[in-house]
Design a binder for this molecule. Sequence first.
Ligand code: ATP
Length: 437
Amino acid sequence: MAQAQKKEAAGSDTMEKLVSLCKRRGYVFQSSEIYGGLNSCWDYGPLGVELKRNLADMWWKAMTLKRDDVDGIDASILMHPRVWEASGHVQNFTDPLVDCKKCKSRFREDQVQGACPKCGGELTGARMFNLMFKTFMGPVEDEAAIVYMRPETAQGIYVNFLNVQAASRRKIPFGIAQIGKAFRNEITPGNFIFRTREFEQMEMQFFVKPGTDQEWFDKWRETRLAWYSDIGINPAKLRLHQHIKTELAHYAKDAYDIQYEFPFGWQELEGIHNRTDFDLKRHTEFSGKNMSYFEEETKERFVPYIIETSAGLNRTLLTCLIDAYREEPERAVLGLSPRIAPIKAAILPLVNRDGMDKIAYELYDEARTQFKVFYDDGGSIGRRYRRQDEAGTPFCITVDSDTLKDSTVTLRERDSMKQERVKITEVVSRIKETIVY
Ligand code: ATP
């Protein structure tokens, strides 16, 4: 087998294992599964939703709370249709689509070479396909009632630039951050939750004075790259890819992708773009509202440049899972950083008698006011540890017969499997130290 094919086969094996682990442990389920599923739509289970929230919280904290130059907003998904004319989406947000004349499968033209990858059939010529989902507002389904499901969260930020600036009394440079759903009618979704038609973005738009844009662009690129190591991703699997001229979007002066080495190759995790004054100028033109900024100190009026950092929440979650997954002879482990792990600790009475269960339950009651914990008293202790290893739980606390004598518990760490005795009164704060961010 050629080297590339070998890599691909190994990659799909890892992906299959991960998809099945996600279902078994409650990370991700197929949407509408009992009806046969809906292509490329996924539901987040009890562990998946915690992981997603933890990642969103870490992003929010890093981008807004820990800084003094970024505010947040939460704009609506449906926006005035003119927004998407101004942004260029009505005209440009298209992919070239080709059909197989034989099996009728559809592909993005840039993802096939010559013949149909499924059956080898002849392909039609390419035609442009707009990726925006359309729906109708109100009871009449005609052209005038068309609205779009936003294909990116960015535009909700641009149209609110003046509102936020005035309400927060901000001076340039400052940024606006937002986490929210976006929709794209992708021609070829796939690789589990990597590319879906409904997904969540974590975007920040930073408004700067023209001339200072390069400096801010460089700063944000490094800040964002560092964030991925901060959430526990192996830095050796991260890299920056600068867009060459032909890759640059129509609005961009310069752009980098932060990429991760997935089992299916190096792929984009986040885009960092220097969007120039394109967006605010276009909204000025299309809305008739002047979106420029007046700088008191210099008495200058200018249209700010925008540096954008645009990340995918679901894609980040997938990256964390892939990066954390490993197999050892005796167990499968999700080595998630304690900061993002859905369950921080499992509390396990060794046996359900002699008061061990009562002490364990009391500890559970105390710990769950501080962070997410799981109580498990079913099966052998070894099996319970294995279950938690696979779920990504960094710590297990076992209440055993020694606890009855000296009020200590066993604290087991997932990765090293090291066990130590810790005072029951100290175990909650010990774990808490590992999850601050
Ligand atoms: P591509 O060229 O791969 O379609 P893009 O360059 O258009 O993607 P952006 O518009 O820059 O992507 O979106 C920013 C981020 O949003 C991406 O880096 C990715 O993390 C996430 N994202 C974009 N499209 C999808 C999708 N269909 N499913 C999941 N996440 C997505």
